[in-house]
Design a protein around this ligand. Structure first.
Ligand SMILES: N[C@@H](CCC(=O)N[C@@H](CS)C(=O)NCC(=O)O)C(=O)O
Length: 212
């Protein structure tokens, strides 16, 4: 399989970590959404990453849909999302909060990178900041209530932990979210625990400004 997109994207990185944990081999196209926009569009007309080319040449896009495909391929023993019930709903909710926070964080980065200063609208970026911070705080609170040495859902690492940590690390690298939010201590501890694991370290890269 071929995974397209750089690992500084939390969406690409959560797919890469998932594939490594599931022991599904893949090649990596380390393409930038700025510099490699045209060739990314050959795989995803939206011009976004991640895109995944399967072994039989099918082109998949959207990290959630790619993870859904990988879960199906991995089967129940190697799957990383609870199969059903309250734990599955909880994991999906936490993942939605995390990816939503990443979307709102990415908008703030794009404002800075792609929009000339005189065309920026501060109330819009402030709103995105509030949405991003609120989502991260909700995940943090959830973990704080469970206990900081726990996983977000159930008794083992799930897709919720992978997604939340990839997003937290991205937002901290790009926007220093942990610096202005003392409230994110539980999430920061989960991130520290996960980022020390080989599979996270193998995909850890510094934040790369999209059009550099
Ligand atoms: N909902 C998408 C979000 C993917 C996304 O926003 N990727 C960013 C990189 S972090 C991107 O490709 N941005 C370029 C653009 O939207 O123009 C997913 O989960 O795959």
């Amino acid at each position: 399989m071929l995974l397209i997109g750089m690992f500084d994207s939390p969406f690409v990185r959560r797919v890469a970590i998932t594939m490594k944990l599931m022991e599904l081999p893949f090649e990596h196209a380390n393409w930038s959404i700025g510099r490699d926009f045209d060739r990314i569009r050959e795989y995803n007309p939206l011009g976004r990453v991640p895109a995944l080319v399967t072994d039989d040449g099918e082109k998949l896009l959207e990290s959630g849909a790619i993870l859904d495909y990988l879960e199906e391929r991995a089967g129940p023993d190697r799957g990383l999302l609870p199969r059903s019930g309250a734990e599955r709903r909880q994991a999906l909710k936490l993942m939605a909060l995390a990816t939503g926070a990443a979307d709102k964080g990415a908008i703030q980065v794009y404002e800075r990178v792609f929009r000339p200063e005189e065309k920026r609208h501060q109330p819009w970026t402030d709103r995105c900041h509030v949405q991003m911070s609120g989502s991260l705080a909700a995940i943090d609170r959830h973990l704080g209530e469970r206990g900081v040495s726990q996983w977000l859902v159930g008794r083992r690492m799930t897709q919720a932990d992978i997604t939340a940590v990839c997003v937290f690390t991205f937002l901290n690298d790009a926007l220093r979210v942990a610096a202005d939010a003392v409230m994110l201590q539980s999430l920061a501890m989960l991130a520290a625990r996960c980022e020390s694991l080989p599979v996270f370290q193998e995909t850890r890269v510094p934040f790369f400004t999209p059009n550099s």
